[in-house]
Design a protein around this ligand. Structure first.
Ligand code: UFG
Length: 324
């Protein structure tokens, strides 16, 4: 079975491409290399450099390769940036996603998996957050994913396109060959590990006056390989209908706990300083992933924070400057 992976040169997309190949799928990666890295793309895939804004280019790829399913990762993904530059999200993320969906419908692709986000839940009434939680996007980024999720629901009804929406919490960790390398880096775990590597001299903790046990924000870190396996399970389940799942480890860890684990693993003191809150950060986000566990038999294999941070540290040691 052939799968088209957009954003397959990015952090999550490249690991999903790796897992798809290992599971015996053929993979075509479509990526504009704007944020992704050519070196992250597994050798065994067919790589097409192109931009989803170019309707003709994506149409031609779908027409030529006739994938049985599309997995869509190519996207702007930063909550903070989306507050500064909303059109990158409300226009580009949405239009690019719709261009891809239109190509899927035009050339007979019947299955579509969307990389969605926990940023749909800005004001959760219950923790952990399950799929019954009301959707209140926390930013233009979350809103762009909400619009794409809703578009997929309409395309299921009108065109028979079966979809899987997977709403990730905090993707983290690395495989042996693929890890997190963003420019600029804004995510906690890679930043903390850059301090351990001597690339930065300290980590700033964005606020310690939240209503959490140690005052710092609590997040649900899920290993990128566990996320990737969920995509493959979801793909199999699309035969019986569309689906939507929240995906996390089900455990929350504070910013201070992450730093402490990174100190233990790296043996570096990792100086930390408390700074102001980062606008838009909710105090706690923990996923309720019971639905995907029950329905698809998915289970995180990397449950401990030590395991997740440890895998990221191994990758960093082997790639001190990232991919480049
Ligand atoms: N943090 C710091 N200092 C830093 C960087 C981050 O204290 O230098 C804190 C943040 O305030 C937050 C936590 O570390 O409390 C995690 O922050 P990240 O930037 O690593 O991740 P986010 O939780 O902001 O965002 C991630 C994904 C988004 C997704 C969101 C959903 O990057 O795409 O989870 O919860 F929308």
């Amino acid at each position: 079975m052939k799968i088209l992976v957009t954003g397959g040169a990015g952090y999550i997309g490249s690991v999903v491409a790796e897992e798809l190949l290992a599971a015996g799928y053929e993979v075509v990666v479509f990526d504009n290399l704007f944020q992704g890295h050519r070196q992250a793309v597994p050798e065994a895939v067919v790589f097409v450099e192109g931009d989803l804004a170019d309707r003709r280019a994506i149409g031609a790829v779908v027409k030529e390769h006739k994938p049985e399913a599309i997995m869509h990762f190519a996207s702007h993904t930063l909550v903070g940036e989306s507050m500064q530059q909303p059109f990158l999200y409300l226009r580009d993320n949405v239009v690019n996603g719709l261009n891809l969906m239109a190509a899927a419908c035009e050339f007979g692709v019947e299955k579509f998996i969307l990389s969605s986000t926990a940023n749909l839940f800005d004001d959760p009434k219950r923790m952990p957050i399950d799929e019954s939680e009301e959707i209140v996007p926390g930013s233009p980024y979350g809103e762009s994913k909400n619009i794409l999720e809703r578009s997929l629901r309409w395309l299921d009804k009108t065109k028979g396109l079966r979809y899987g929406c997977l709403r990730y919490f905090n993707a983290a960790g690395a495989t042996k060959e693929r890890g997190e390398d963003h420019d600029p880096e804004t995510h906690l775990i890679p930043l903390v590990l850059q301090v351990a590597q001597g690339i930065r001299n300290k980590i700033i903790i964005f606020g310690d006056d939240y209503d959490t046990p140690d005052g710092t924000c609590v997040r649900d870190y899920i290993h990128v390989s566990d996320l990737a396996r969920a995509h493959i399970l979801a793909l199999g389940a699309l035969d019986t209908g569309s689906l939507t799942y929240n995906l996390g480890n089900g455990q929350g860890f504070s910013v201070k706990e992450v730093i402490e684990v990174a100190r233990k693993i790296s043996g570096h003191p990792i100086p930390a300083e408390v700074g102001p809150r980062r606008p838009g950060d909710p105090a706690t986000l923990v996923a309720g992933s019971e639905k995907i566990k029950k329905e698809l038999g998915w289970k995180a294999r990397h449950e401990s924070l030590e395991d997740i941070v440890g895998s990221a540290w191994e990758w960093c040691k082997g790639h001190p400057g990232g991919y480049d």
